[in-house]
Every structure is written in C-alpha cells, then in structure tokens.
Design a protein around this ligand. Structure first.
Ligand SMILES: [Zn+2]
Ligand SMILES: [Zn+2]
Length: 178
C-alpha cells in the first residue's frame, strides 16, 4: 500500500475534508516535481508532512518540507547545496471569493493566502510553490566568494590574476542579512 501511494498524485479534496482533517506524508524523488524552469535542482528525496482542514470554505494547510537543493553560486557558478527546512501555514480560498473583496479579511502577518479552484488542491502544486519560495534570491558558495574577474574572466577563488581591480564596495554587509 505504501509503495503505490508513493507513486500516486495526492489530491486534497473538499469531499474528504468535509468528513475530517487530512494528514499527508509524502516523498517526491528528484525529477518528480516540475519547478518550472527554476535555477536549482532537487537532490535526493523531498519529504512533505502536512495537515489540511476545512475552515468554512477555506482550506487551511500547515506543514513542513524537507529537501536538499542545488543551485549555482551567483558569482563563480560553483554548485551550492541548499538544505531546505521549510514550515508553511497557508490558507487557500475558493477562487470565486476574489470577486467579493469585502469578505477577504485575513491577518496578513500570520497566514499566506492563496486560491484554489475546483474541488481541492493537488499536493504537488503546493509543494512546488513552497519550494520555489524557500530558495534565497541570492545564492553564494561562501560569503567571501571572489567570483570571476570582470576583466580576464578567471575564477579568482582559484588564483589571483593581475588585472587592475575596479573599485567596489564591500559585498559582505548585505550578504550577512541573507
Ligand atoms: Zn562562488
Ligand atoms: Zn583578471
């Protein structure tokens, strides 16, 4: 039973949520999820654990994603491993409610709000979106990565070149903030 569940797409349906909370635990192998051209790769198996419940006509989704991704350093292109330990707490509203703005009152800081259409949410869609959100805007192999020389294109982490150094501000301050 477990083996076949691994392969099947998980769909969180309203039909089931009307009966009870739905608890899901699922793994996705590398390549199983379509990250839509994102500039990272999934290494190994991703794991998601989540609980979904119906709140009125909204679906409240809470859980955790554990994964390992690999992206390239923005400065020197070296592969960088990005461990993901991502908690999510999401509220999905029926897409029809977009038109009725006066009803959309959500404590903005606490919950992320999305919309669903039809009779539920495919788990893979939620996971894909959350993984993309978890990836930092800037990826560097290390805070003091020297990157490529803008003049001769040598990788300055490997060897210093003798090109005249263009004046730059220290990149360290903004990197620490992540
Ligand atoms: Zn680098
Ligand atoms: Zn150079």
């Amino acid at each position: 039973m477990v083996a076949s569940e691994e392969e099947a797409a998980v769909f969180i349906s309203l039909e089931e949520l009307e009966l009870h909370r739905v608890r899901v635990s699922k793994t996705y192998d590398s390549g199983a999820l379509d990250y839509r051209g994102a500039e990272f790769r999934q290494l190994g198996t991703l794991k998601v654990d989540a609980v979904a419940e119906l709140v009125g006509s909204d679906i409240h989704f809470e859980g955790h994603i554990r994964a390992r991704l690999e992206a390239n350093c923005d400065r020197c292109l070296a592969p960088v491993e990005l461990p993901v330990e991502h908690d999510f707490d999401l509220l999905y509203r029926p897409v029809e409610t977009i038109a009725r703005e006066e009803e959309i009152k959500v404590p903005k800081d606490e919950l992320e709000v999305g919309f669903y259409s039809g009779n539920g949410i495919p788990l893979a869609d939620l996971v894909t979106e959350q993984v993309i959100l978890s990836v930092p805007m800037k990826v560097v192999c290390r805070a003091d990565c020297l990157g490529f020389c803008p003049v001769c294109r040598a990788n300055r982490n490997l060897a210093a070149c003798n090109c005249p150094e263009p004046r730059t501000d220290s990149p360290f301050a903004q990197l620490e903030e992540g």
